[in-house]
Design a binder for this molecule. Structure first.
Ligand code: NAD
Ligand code: TYD
Length: 335
């Protein structure tokens, strides 16, 4: 199989490329990535010499480049996006450009090059926010995005579905809960807290830490994408979740505990504007139809993740995320 992966130099995409080449060594993977602040070729050192792996530096909004790259492909697995809610609160122009316009460009390239199979990677955040006792999101939950990030992802999901209904482009969509694991950019809460503690810094908990996320280990997400590509029904959406709901405070205490630090390292900061209270996923459709379920417990996954960051401090040192975080904190959390 010849697959083009977009956003393969980011967190989930780079883990996907390693996962896929390991499981299907005869498949040929092309990684198309613009190398934004979140894209890092260091994430792909293990595969860069693999003869079945190829990298193209390029923007998914570039019509000619994308059209050429998609020619002859059997499938597109579309991870590329601006992915961080806090950045979308500061300025969402790049989110609309990459997530909406970029997805449109890829869909047309898929349609114009023989209706290439298109798998779209999306998020649970398109469904909005749950109350503490509400049932988890499922494939029939109405869309209700509330951050500029989730609104841009919702727009892209609608476009992908529209290309199925209108043009019969063979698509599938996965909406997944919060991922964690190796190579995650340390602006997202788990790697930020781990790397702060490694550097002797405090961890900034928004509000009172009562917001709930459903955590999934990145390999479990990618195994779900694999199952959908191999067995999913064309035109369908699948919800993927980790079965691991935690409040941010519970999560923070687990990280502190595993890293041998005390609660004096918590710094409560002002809340994120429009902060969604709770996300949770009902993945029974993927379980019943595809035989997929998450395999890594949160305890196992968090231990592996902390070990990885400790053993790869050089990777962290080469990433410049500090300036943006200081700016965000000062302008959006402390005003
Ligand atoms: P990431 O920010 O780590 O990586 C995004 C990658 O996309 C980067 O390599 C970046 O260079 C690339 N990219 C951005 N704009 C581009 C453009 N215009 N052209 C080409 N490449 C571009 O993101 P991630 O956490 O790996 O997320 C990947 C996908 O999974 C996204 O679509 C995101 O919405 C979705 N998702 C993420 C999570 C999560 O918890 N991280 C959960 C569910 C769904
Ligand atoms: P994040 O990793 O940004 O993912 P998302 O907003 O897409 O769910 O945040 C996860 C949760 O952690 C969210 O409720 C916001 C919270 N959070 C903090 O409390 N402090 C932080 O510094 C960050 C980045 C997030």
């Amino acid at each position: 199989m010849k697959i083009i992966v977009t956003g393969g130099a980011g967190f989930i995409g780079s883990n996907f490329i390693r996962y896929w080449l390991n499981k299907y060594p005869d498949d040929r993977l092309t990684n198309l990535d613009a190398l934004t602040y979140a894209g890092n070729l260091e994430n792909l050192r293990e595969v860069e010499k693999n003869k079945n792996y190829k990298f193209i530096k390029g923007d998914i909004c570039d019509e000619n480049l994308v059209n050429d790259a998609v020619k002859g492909m059997d499938a597109i697995v579309h991870f590329a996006a601006e992915s961080h809610v806090d950045r979308s609160i500061m300025d969402c122009r790049d989110f609309i450009r990459a997530n909406v316009m970029g997805t449109r460009n890829l869909l047309d390239a898929a349609k114009n090059n023989g209706f290439v199979r298109f798998h779209h990677i999306s998020t649970d955040e398109v469904f909005g926010s749950l109350g503490p006792r509400d049932k988890a999101f499922n494939e029939r939950t109405p869309y209700d995005p509330r951050s500029p990030y989730s609104a841009s992802k919702a727009a892209s999901d609608h476009l992908v579905r529209a290309y199925w209904h209108t043009h019969k482009l063979p698509i599938t969509i996965s909406n997944c809960s919060n991922n964690y694991g190796p190579y995650q950019f340390p602006e997202k809460v788990i790697p930020l807290f781990i790397t702060n503690l490694m550097a002797g810094k405090k961890v900034p908990v928004y509000g009172q830490g009562e917001n709930i996320r459903d955590w999934i280990y990145v390999d479990d997400h990618n195994a779900g994408v694999d199952a959908i590509i191999k067995k999913g029904q064309i035109g369908e959406t699948y919800c993927l979740g980790g079965n691991s709901e935690l409040t941010n405070l519970e999560l923070t205490k687990k990280i502190l505990n595993l890293m041998g630090k005390g609660e004096e390292m918590i710094e409560y900061v002002a809340d994120r504007p429009g902060h969604d209270l709770r996300y949770a996923m009902d993945f029974s459709k993927a379980a019943n139809e595809l035989g997929w379920r998450p395999a890594v417990s949160f305890e196992q996954g968090l231990k592996k993740t902390i070990e990885w960051y400790k053993n790869n401090n050089g990777w962290r040192q080469n990433i410049k995320s500090g300036e943006y975080l200081e700016y965000y904190k000062k302008n959006y959390l402390e005003r």
